[in-house]
Design a protein around this ligand. Structure first.
Ligand code: CAA
Ligand code: FAD
Length: 369
């Protein structure tokens, strides 16, 4: 039922303007509002905090369906659900849940997760943003890069270094509100893919963050980021799966209609075998994604499964979208047929929430433990 609701929403609400939004880098504001009304922005949050009280498997089904049509919209769902809401519900104080989680889970407000910096992407422990302890508040200074929902969010989870001598154990996570004095938002990035998504750098200049806005114990910030990203990676894996499946569905349909040398191109073995490879790898990616979500729902460890799902599904997304363009021939190279956008969108799934190389680092460390 949830999958069908997401599929219908993607077809009826996301598909109509998706090419235009991509072309003009337009954030899907109206659509995101409706996603909130459907309960898709706080899917795994308990009803007590205005969430939908659903499980991770339901969440990945929704991510998959939305991503078949519009990965720029689905990344908003991913960040809000699995980074921001999950992080706050799992590790926030009661005060933080009441004040910040509730409007995020209902979709009234949008959140952003701010870990990356100009000099600290994959190497996330080398945070340069500082949060100096001033007694009843922290003084935040530094720059965050590539922040999804950077301009549209109201609530920002910001990771910063409090005690450099303690290295990653001196890092904290804070809730920062848009409008706090000294907090400015840089221009929107002009991107290759997910162009409808709103990516900005953020600047903090002597921003006073009240102590009650620190998440967890002093020094918990890096662990907070890692634990939160473990679930986030399942969401991005589902996004990659959806992009692949969406491109495959279009290529399959097109191959049955387009004729060359007197028959449908799907009847040429070279094309039929491409479809066979696409269908098989998508199914394998789907099983990895569902397994990771299922493990999370069972309360079992999912670090390894989540990283495997992201590593594999993002590669499948890239491979399948390239082949989907190939199957469309010249038509695949123009915007009206959607697959060129999907090919551009697919690439980001190998970069954000831990690059392909970082997933291999996590996987190899897990299997060598
Ligand atoms: N859970 C809990 N703790 C963890 C952990 C996990 N999954 N992974 C690491 N840690 C802890 C370690 O235990 C260690 O703490 P202790 O010393 O107290 O035991 C500490 O974190 C440091 O761990 P490492 O020594 O393994 O650190 P490292 O420097 O080798 O880096 C890394 C680890 C996995 C590579 C990490 O830096 C990383 O994940 N990098 C990628 C960053 C990333 O994914 N960024 C995404 C930004 S958000 C985003 O991109 C959103 C979006 O696009 C939409
Ligand atoms: P680098 O870390 O400089 O990596 C460059 C290359 O070197 C990569 O191929 C990498 O895999 C490789 N590499 C680095 N270290 C190693 C190693 N030890 N071994 C092998 N290879 C290595 N971040 C947020 O915090 N919040 C967001 O909302 C967010 N949204 C994003 C949205 C977009 C559109 C983009 C582009 C990025 C976003 N990011 C966000 C940042 C993203 O998480 C980082 O770009 C990513 O983690 C990689 O960091 P980097 O760009 O600094 O690359």
């Amino acid at each position: 039922m949830i999958q069908k609701a997401a599929r219908d929403f993607a077809q009826n609400e996301l598909k109509p303007g998706v090419i235009e939004r991509d072309e003009h880098q337009k954030f899907p504001a109206e659509q995101v509002k409706k996603l909130g009304e459907l309960g898709f922005l706080g899917m795994m949050v308990s009803e007590k905090y205005n969430g939908s009280g659903l499980d991770a498997l339901s969440y990945v089904l929704v991510m998959e369906e939305l991503s078949k049509i519009d990965a720029s919209a689905s990344v908003v769902v991913s960040v809000n659900n699995s980074l921001v809401c999950y992080g706050l519900e799992s590790y926030g104080s009661e005060f933080q849940k009441e004040k910040y989680l509730k409007p995020l889970a209902s979709g009234e407000k949008i959140g952003a997760f701010c870990l990356s910096e100009p000099e600290a992407g994959s190497d996330a422990t080398s945070q340069q943003t500082t949060a100096e302890d001033k007694g009843d508040y922290y003084l935040l200074n530094g720059t965050k890069n590539w922040i999804t929902n950077g301009g549209t969010a109201s609530t920002y989870l910001v990771i910063a270094q409090t005690d450099r001598a303690l290295k990653h154990r001196g890092i904290n996570a804070f809730i920062v509100e848009k409008g706090m004095e000294g907090f400015t938002i840089g221009p929107k990035e002009n991107k290759m893919g997910i162009r409808g998504s709103d990516t900005h750098s953020l600047m903090f200049n002597d921003v006073k963050v009240p102590k009650e806005n620190r998440i967890g114990e002093d020094g918990f910030g890096f662990k907070f980021a890692m634990k939160t990203l473990e679930g986030g990676r399942i969401g991005i894996a589902a996004q990659a799966l959806g992009i692949a499946a969406g491109a495959y569905e279009l290529a399959l349909e097109y191959s049955k209609q387009r004729k060359s040398f007197g028959k449908a191109i799907s009847e040429h073995q070279a094309i039929a075998f491409k479809l066979a490879d696409m269908a098989t790898t998508i199914e394998a990616a789907r099983l990895l994604v569902y397994k990771a979500a299922w493990l999370k729902d069972q309360g079992l460890p999912y670090t390894l499964a989540g990283s495997m799902a992201k590593l594999y599904a993002s590669k499948v997304a890239m491979d399948v979208t390239v082949e989907a363009v190939q199957i469309h021939g010249g038509y695949g190279f123009v915007k009206e047929y959607h697959v060129e956008r999907m090919m551009r969108d697919a690439k980001i799934t190998q970069i954000y929430e831990g690059t392909t190389e970082i997933q291999k680092m996590v996987i190899s460390r897990e299997i060598l433990k």
